[in-house]
Structure formats: structure tokens, C-alpha cells
Design a protein around this ligand. Structure first.
Ligand code: SF4
Ligand code: SF4
Length: 366
């Protein structure tokens, strides 16, 4: 247990906590020159992803997350989605963002909440600081649905937030209960996440709200594909992530999904979202995993050649181009790309085609 023993009113002086401090993704820290390093293949980090910091990490208890309250160790030593998120004063981060915006532009800033009673007030303060430093850089908030409400969503909109992310993570209520809800003794419910997603869709408009969805928490392919189709109907974006076991968490020994499964899910998601394929075009084996995709070869080839299905899903920059490309978000430096933070080139597409092994599931490729 990483419970803090210091009373809340004394924590500001003892810990470096939000809203004065925030964690920053390692990729964004490198992009802003706060940490040394560089990206391979001239990739840039298009979004500055920030995360609230409190002594307890997060009061929720999601079984795959490095910030979960029952994960051993102090939160400062923990990571979020497997890569360290260093801590800096918000004032310094805002200053660096303003410098980078002046030099070459910043695609977007995103502020992620955790479950904490201070989180909503602090989110607004953090948004205000970023908006005053860089008024034209779009800001997203990855909100904690459990403490969110219509009033807070409207306040975020008025404060200048353009996009809302909901960390749904689970593809179905069944998986949600296991990984985030009742079975983890956590505070989250599926119903509250769906309710906040719909309210946010009303306040922020079509496709300005997204649900993060993780592949590999124990869901079936059918649950994922059904969710993609439903979110499309709701005009809410589905943004894919890949489960990566975090040491010390309840799911630390669960293996990652095979890359072939991940690629097929990425491809079918794209076909559902961009080409409106009929649900009957995809059939499943008795376990709920894709057995066959009966779609014209020309359509599939076009999707693959664009490279888009295999790129990171993320909120756009001010011109509408995907900004939140999260280098190392779903894999570590040196590991194969699960999602590409840039448009995959021809040699990448060759690898992707082998990984997809479409001859096994597409009559058109047999
Ligand atoms: S609510 Fe988010 S930060 Fe908190 S334990 Fe769950 S996944 Fe982690
Ligand atoms: S896609 Fe990126 S910018 Fe958008 S809410 Fe998620 S983490 Fe934030």
C-alpha cells in the first residue's frame, strides 16, 4: 500500500503536488529539452502530455495501472503505462511549452486527471496556466469520469479545453468490472463512464470526445469491434492503446497480446470507422476472436497502404492533424511499434502485412 500519512493540508509543503507540479511524459520531456534524448527516425512528439501528481498516486485501483493505490511502492517511484513520467513545476513546463511554441509550434497540450478529491479544481488551475502561456495551443483534458459532472465539463469548456478524453480502457462492462470496477475494489463504474462520455459529447461536440480503449485486458475481438461500431454511432472517437504489463501491478504477469491480434484489431477498427463495413463482414470463432473478414481486397489494400490504421490514435492539432502521437506510449524504446507515431513507410508496411497474416482470415487474400 502506498498510502500517504501526511494530512492533506500539509501535503503542499511536503510533496511536490498539483496544481503547482505535474508529471510529464518522457517523450514530451525530451521534446521540451527537460530530459536528454532523441527520437528515432526524425519522429517528433506532437503533444505535451501532463499528469496530475499527488502523494497517493491515484485513489482508484485499476489492475493494470502503475498509479493504482494498492500497487506496492511510493507513487514517485512508479510509472504510468510503463515509462517513467518525471515531475516538474508547472511554471517551468508552461515556460518551456511557450518557448517551443515560439520556435516550432506545439501541436497540443493534454492534462490527465487521477482520482483525488482535489483533482477537478486543480485541473482548472492547470488549464488556466497553460492557456495563459500559450493561448492558441489546443488543450485536451483526459478526465476522471468518476469525479466529473456536467458542471465541471462546462467549466472546462469555458476555460478553453477543446477535447475531452475518457479513460474507458475496458472494451465492455464485463472487462471493466474485472480491471477497474467492483472486482478491484475501485471506485469506478461503467455506467458513470458512459454517462460522462455522453455528457461530454453534448458539451464538446461530435468527435471532440474520445474513449481510450486498451487491447489486451482480457476482452474478445467481438467486444472491441462492437464497441468501435457503437462509439462511431455516438460520434465519439475510439483511441486504441496496447496493454503492457506494469511490474508490481495485479496484471504484471499477464502477457501482451500477440502483434498479429493487435494489427488485425487496428485494421478492422479502421474499416468500421472509415468504410462503414457491415457487422456481418466480420465473423468470430467460438472464443470471440476474429475468424474471417469478408471485405473487398481493394478496400483492405487501400486501408493498409494509407498506413493510417497502424498509427497512434490521438487528439488533433489546431489544423486537424493528429497531434497526440505518444512515442513510447504503448511500447518501450527499442521495442517494436504497436502504433506508429508517424506515417509508416513502405518497409514498415511490409512488416505490417506479415504481422497481419491476412491469408488466414480474409477470403480475398487466400
Ligand atoms: S483511474 Fe487512471 S490513474 Fe487511477 S489507477 Fe485507474 S488507470 Fe490508473
Ligand atoms: S488522445 Fe492524447 S491528447 Fe487526446 S485525451 Fe488522450 S492523451 Fe489526451
Amino acid at each position: 500500500m502506498n498510502r500517504a500519512l501526511v494530512p492533506f493540508r500539509e501535503q503542499h509543503t511536503q510533496f511536490q503536488i498539483s496544481p503547482e507540479y505535474a508529471r510529464i511524459s518522457m517523450a514530451a520531456a525530451i521534446e521540451l529539452g527537460l530530459k536528454p534524448g532523441r527520437f528515432l527516425r526524425d519522429c517528433v512528439c506532437g503533444c505535451v502530455n501532463l499528469l496530475q501528481n499527488y502523494p497517493e498516486g491515484c485513489y482508484a485501483n485499476c489492475s493494470y495501472c502503475g498509479l493504482a493505490r494498492e500497487r506496492p511502492g511510493v507513487p514517485e517511484g512508479n510509472s504510468f503505462i510503463r515509462v517513467a513520467w518525471p515531475l516538474y513545476p508547472m511554471a517551468l513546463i508552461a515556460e518551456r511549452i511557450a518557448e517551443r511554441e515560439h520556435l516550432s509550434g506545439v501541436g497540443r497540450v493534454c492534462l490527465s486527471q487521477v482520482q483525488d478529491h482535489r483533482s477537478n479544481d486543480d485541473l482548472l488551475s492547470m488549464v488556466a496556466l497553460i492557456r495563459s502561456a500559450v493561448p492558441t495551443v489546443p488543450v485536451a483534458a483526459l478526465v476522471n469520469a468518476t469525479t466529473m459532472s456536467l458542471m465541471w465539463l462546462e467549466r472546462l469548456r469555458s476555460a478553453g479545453v477543446s477535447n475531452i478524453g475518457i479513460g474507458l480502457d475496458a472494451a465492455s462492462k464485463r472487462i471493466f468490472e474485472k480491471a477497474r470496477g467492483r472486482e478491484t475494489c475501485g471506485p469506478h463504474t461503467w455506467e458513470q463512464h458512459i454517462e460522462i462520455m455522453r455528457l461530454a459529447r453534448g458539451v464538446f461536440g461530435p468527435m471532440n470526445v474520445n474513449c481510450h480503449v486498451i487491447v489486451g485486458l482480457g476482452e474478445t475481438d467481438m467486444e472491441l469491434v462492437d464497441l468501435f461500431a457503437w462509439l462511431k454511432q455516438e460520434e465519439v472517437a475510439a483511441y486504441l492503446f496496447s496493454f503492457n504489463p506494469e511490474p508490481g501491478t495485479a496484471m504484471q504477469h499477464i502477457p501482451r497480446q500477440p502483434i498479429t491480434r493487435h494489427r488485425r484489431i487496428q485494421l478492422v477498427k479502421h474499416l468500421v470507422e472509415e468504410f462503414d463495413i457491415a457487422p456481418s463482414a466480420v465473423s468470430y470463432d467460438p472464443g470471440g476472436f476474429i475468424a474471417s473478414v469478408d471485405v473487398d481486397r481493394e478496400l483492405i489494400d487501400r486501408a493498409i497502404e494509407s498506413g493510417t490504421p497502424f498509427m497512434t490514435d490521438g487528439c488533433p492539432d489546431r489544423t486537424g492533424v493528429m497531434a497526440c502521437n505518444r512515442p513510447f506510449g504503448s511500447y518501450r524504446p527499442g521495442e517494436e511499434f504497436r502504433d506508429y507515431p508517424f506515417v509508416p513507410g513502405e518497409s514498415d508496411l511490409e512488416v505490417i502485412r506479415v504481422q497481419l497474416n491476412l491469408g488466414e482470415i480474409c477470403p480475398a487474400y487466400a
